[in-house]
Design a binder for this molecule. Structure first.
Ligand code: GDP
Length: 337
């Protein structure tokens, strides 16, 4: 397979000149499952990295923010107003999504309709519809690479949205500088849908819909989360997670929230945690890719595949131990790899 270096260069130049068409094509390229296109995507990504390396000394130019929350919390409404506010402040905003629903049901929890219609029309924003269904590893890998592509195209704020289902929010937390949890002002049973592990990962909890009749409930939830966070292991030595109330519908509290995010970012940069975290994330992702690829190779390996069902049954029936079974299959894999 021969990589077409010329078209990669054309694409790269288009990105540098903030050409939206080129951005869309570049993301499609990193999302591609076609072997040749995948190689081409890697050439493009390395081309971007090369240039990044030369401006290394300066402070990070982008801010990656993860936004997670249950369906109906108001994520898309929030992103619509927050994104518009950021562009009014001179930022260029890219919105990407990790949609975990494609894993189980094939449907979409984030919705197939164009969410955030206003932001989509904004010349300083780019809203990427969530990628086609696939395995979480694959989808998230391409999201990770789409971030790099967006940054090369001059987007300085990257918002990555996900629904708090399965592993998706943990995956997103590993690709952002700041992780925010967006919750509605609902208590009791509804609150239990939010896993404690996710709250622990949050740098900022945003209680949305703090307006009208819901203000009292929003205050109550805010207090609950403030005290819950007190009892949790602090994620960073340089930051105490906070809880803020906003109303996306009435565009209320958005500016304060952004100020708070700025305080977070500065604390991270000053303590070097910002760059350390990015370095660590790159290592995590390298190993994620290796693990995903090896698993794919293993599962599709011919003689492993022919034995998997039988060996699995023997383990379940207690005929052989799980360890022995694993050794057996691994031997098949190594034998003629
Ligand atoms: P998502 O599933 O998290 O993306 O939630 P949506 O953004 O689609 O919002 C779900 C519902 O909550 C919609 O009917 C919104 O109009 C409503 N909503 C979103 N933000 C607010 C808010 O700040 N206040 C009120 N009262 N309703 C809101």
């Amino acid at each position: 397979t021969e990589v077409d270096h010329y078209s990669v260069e054309v694409l790269y130049n288009g990105l540098r000149h903030h050409d939206r068409g080129c951005l869309a094509r570049a993301i499609t390229l990193v999302e591609s499952k076609n072997q040749t296109k995948k190689l081409q995507a890697q050439v493009l990504l390395n081309r971007i990295l090369q240039v990044e390396k030369t401006k290394k000394a300066t402070a990070p130019t982008s801010f990656r923010i993860g936004l997670s929350g249950p369906p109906g919390a108001g994520k898309s409404t929030f992103i619509e107003v927050f994104g518009s506010y950021l562009t009014s402040q001179g930022h260029r905003v890219a919105v990407l999504a990790v949609d975990p629903s494609s894993l189980q049901t094939g449907g979409s929890l984030l919705g197939d309709k164009t969410r955030m219609p206003e932001l989509s029309r904004n010349m300083n924003a780019y809203v990427r519809p969530s990628p086609a269904r696939g395995i979480l590893g694959g989808v998230t890998r391409t999201t990770n690479e789409a971030v790099i592509v967006c940054e090369a195209a001059g987007y300085d704020i990257i918002l990555i949205e996900t629904v708090g289902v399965g592993q998706s929010e943990f995956v997103v937390a590993d690709m952002v500088d700041m992780f925010c949890l967006i919750i509605p002002p609902a208590g009791g049973d509804e609150l239990q849908g939010i896993k404690k592990g996710i709250v622990e990962m949050a740098d900022l909890v945003v209680v949305n819909k703090s307006d009208g009749d819901l203000v009292a409930a929003a205050r109550r939830i805010q207090t609950e989360y403030i005290s819950a966070l007190k009892f949790m292991r602090q994620k960073s030595p340089n930051w105490k997670p906070t809880v803020r109330r906003v109303s996306s519908l009435h565009n209320d509290g958005i500016e304060d929230l952004w100020t708070m995010m700025g305080t977070f970012k500065n604390a991270m940069i000053d303590s070097k945690e910002f760059s350390n975290k990015r370095q660590m994330q790159k290592r995590i992702w390298m190993w994620n890719y290796i693990r995903d690829n090896i698993m794919d190779l293993f599962r599709s390996h011919k003689s492993v595949k022919s034995k998997i069902t039988e060996v699995e049954r023997q383990v379940v029936d207690g005929v052989i131990s799980p360890g022995t079974a694993a050794d057996l299959l691994l031997q098949e894999f190594i034998k003629d790899s």
